[in-house]
Design a protein around this ligand. Structure first.
Ligand code: AMP
Length: 631
């Protein structure tokens, strides 16, 4: 048997041989003539000359053997819907959606923006885009008009697929007015909007632009739309993610490399087998939803569960009842979700038959040891923490138990996954840190393995500048996370090096929130920091200087103003980005050169020492922060 160490070693010393073997996991129309072209670093091209199609691999190729096997299992505790689509039925629905999109003029390379709640039509739309070679850009349904408009402008979609509403804890969350506002704000409005009506909220149709999905579906009932064979490096999708600047980055994914990477990870990391059922509790708007609700499981002929609802409705046993009913073998969730469950009756963990379940995977934010232990003991299954990013598309660190069942260590997402040469560097001089337990920036040596981002959509320079020049004197990919490595080579992730915060596993840029709050007419200046939170990992906390401080001179007025500012964020970015608190101050701590001392503010909020303050311009600013927190 190969040890994991040997397996990983070979993936780094012989990437071409290693990935050529993994490439056999998917169907190729034209075989590739070169495994890797890294002649223009850091741009890596995998499986050069090969042609393939994600939808073919996720759906069509299973028809011969699995036509009547479950493919997409939809469970909504919001609407009470529960429906299983077999591979045969999924194939039909995807063909209909592909027919609709083609009918609206969408072709290879065109962008389609998908702004949808967790409904099967969202998956049909993604797969339909893949089928016809269109590039999807899924925008999380919790984002609001300004976030959406920025993404419309950057991706310039020909068509948007959307719905009347999502639903959260039994209450409809209308989408259409946000979409209409976003389109009104955008400089490149789409030609058409395909509207899926769930009957949850009114959605006025715009004549000539908006079309009704149900009506079109009936017209395209029997469409057979052939798969478009794409060269491996052609883009499959764009997914926006936050960074240091206010403008979100469009992570561009290729086609062949992504298909191979996901197919490989399903067996090697997630230990899933064809015919089994995979359950990821994420949302299609995030990378986990792309990789492990839609594409990964289907690529290897597993059924995938798409769940709309909270973890605690009708009660905290809902997910375990789904595991029992559908005999889930691998489950993927987030630490925040488990912390939510931890507040529920622990008997719910024992109420259902979980014998089908092998492993529970948790990712998206640091997994604290008490939460990890609580769930591992509660369900009696190994818990696999895994660390990755929107940019990478699949885990960077994990315990790839499909190769060797090495032990997990609480607090550590594990070892570098095969294909990743992960190192730690000193952020000031770029020297590699080889000493155990010494903190540095976690970075990956090029080439990035298959499945990782190929570039920033429309901005190669930004890709190079953002990711590959931040560690001094090195061309390595920076994760923008601090980390250490222990004597067994297990990594520990210690938080972001940049202004990105992680709220309940959702990645947000503090600059975006600051920009949004600044648009309130009474705001002169504002600072947003991420503050440790027991439930959500982190929450955003804002400190604002007002133009007219008279508007907050009583407690009542202060609360009202805080509420107003939160509403601005809700309406522009979405409730996910809403700060937990907005405090009012008359000055913000800055260096003499005008740089905001975010880290000091954050430290004070977390009850820590604010650090080196020798360069601070006005020390009373910190006192104000302290007073504001004390309330
Ligand atoms: P996203 O692109 O939204 O998936 O966010 C990626 C970021 O989330 C990483 O850069 C980390 O800061 C954080 N993250 C993801 N998974 C983990 C994990 N298992 N442990 C610690 N941090 C994580």
């Amino acid at each position: 048997m190969t040890t994991y160490k040997e397996f990983h070693g070979r993936s780094i010393s012989d990437p071409q041989g290693f990935w050529a073997e993994q490439a056999a996991l998917i169907d190729w129309k034209q075989p590739f003539n070169k495994v890797l072209d890294y002649s223009r670093p850091p741009f890596a091209k995998w499986f050069v000359g090969g042609t393939t199609n994600l939808c073919h691999n996720a759906v069509d190729r299973h028809l011969a053997t699995r036509r009547d096997q479950a493919a997409l299992i939809y469970v909504s505790t919001e609407t009470g819907e529960e429906k299983t689509y077999t591979f045969g039925q999924l194939h039909r629905e995807v063909n209909r959606m592909a027919g609709i999109l083609k009918g609206l003029g969408v072709g290879r390379g065109d962008r389609v923006l998908i702004y949808m709640p967790m409904v099967p039509e969202a998956a049909f739309a993604m797969l339909a885009c893949a089928r016809i070679g269109a590039i999807h850009s899924v925008v999380f349904g919790g984002f609001a008009s300004v976030s959406l408009a920025t993404r419309i402008d950057d991706a310039t979609p020909k068509v948007i697929v959307s719905a009347d509403a999502g639903s959260r804890a039994g209450k409809a969350v209308p989408y259409k007015h946000l979409l209409d506002e976003a389109i009104a704000l955008s400089k490149s409005p789409p030609k058409h909007v395909v509207m899926v009506s769930r009957g949850l909220a009114p959605a006025a149709m715009v004549a000539g632009r908006d079309v009704d999905y149900a009506k079109l579906r009936a017209e395209h009932m029997n469409d057979e739309v052939p798969c478009e064979w794409l060269e491996s490096s052609e883009p499959s999708y764009i997914l926006y993610t936050s960074g240091t600047t206010g403008k979100p980055k469009g992570v561009q994914r290729d086609t062949g490399g992504y298909a191979v990477a996901l197919a490989a990870s399903m067996g090697l990391i997630f230990c899933g087998k064809p015919g089994e059922t995979y359950f990821s509790t994420s949302d299609i708007g995030w990378v986990v939803g792309h990789s492990y609700i839609v594409y990964g499981p289907l690529l290897v002929g597993m059924a995938t569960i798409m769940y709309e609802g909270t973890p605690i409705r009708p009660d905290g046993g809902i997910w375990w009842s789904i595991v029992e009913k559908y005999k889930v073998t691998s489950m993927f969730s987030s630490p925040t979700a488990i912390r939510v469950l931890k507040k529920q009756d622990p008997a719910l963990l024992k109420k259902y038959d979980l014998s089908s379940l092998r492993l529970l995977f948790l990712a998206g934010e640091p997994l604290d040891e008490p939460t990890g232990r609580w769930i591992a003991d509660g369900i009696g299954k190994p818990v696999i923490d895994n660390y990755w990013q929107t940019e990478t598309g699949w885990p960077i660190l994990a315990i790839p138990r499909g190769v060797e069942a090495l032990p997990s260590k609480f607090g550590s997402p594990g070892l570098p996954c095969y294909g990743y040469s992960v190192k730690i560097f000193n952020e000031a001089n770029g020297e590699e840190i080889t000493k155990h337990h010494e903190k540095g920036v976690v970075a990956i040596e090029g080439p990035l393995p298959p499945g990782c981002m190929s570039t920033v959509w429309g901005d190669d320079e930004r890709f190079v500048k953002t990711y590959w020049t931040s560690v001094p004197n090195r061309q390595v990919y920076s994760t923008f996370d601090w980390g250490i490595r222990d004597e067994d080579d297990y990594f520990f992730i210690l938080g972001r090096t940049d202004d990105v915060i992680n709220v309940a596993g959702h990645r947000l840029g503090t600059r975006e929130i600051e920009e949004s709050l600044s648009s309130h007419p009474n705001v002169a200046e504002v600072a947003v920091v991420g503050v440790a939170d027991q439930l959500k990992g982190q929450v955003a906390v804002a400190f604002a200087i007002l133009k007219d401080a008279g508007k907050v001179d009583t407690l009542e007025k202060r609360l009202a103003h805080e509420g107003e500012m939160m509403k601005v964020v809700d309406g522009q970015l979405g409730a996910v980005a809403r700060p937990a608190r907005v405090h009012f101050v008359t000055s913000l701590p800055k260096t003499r050169s005008g740089k905001l001392l975010r880290r000091s503010i954050q430290a004070l909020c977390e009850g820590r020492d604010p650090g080196d303050l020798t360069t601070i311009e006005d020390p009373t600013a910190l006192e104000q922060i302290q007073a504001a927190i004390r309330g």
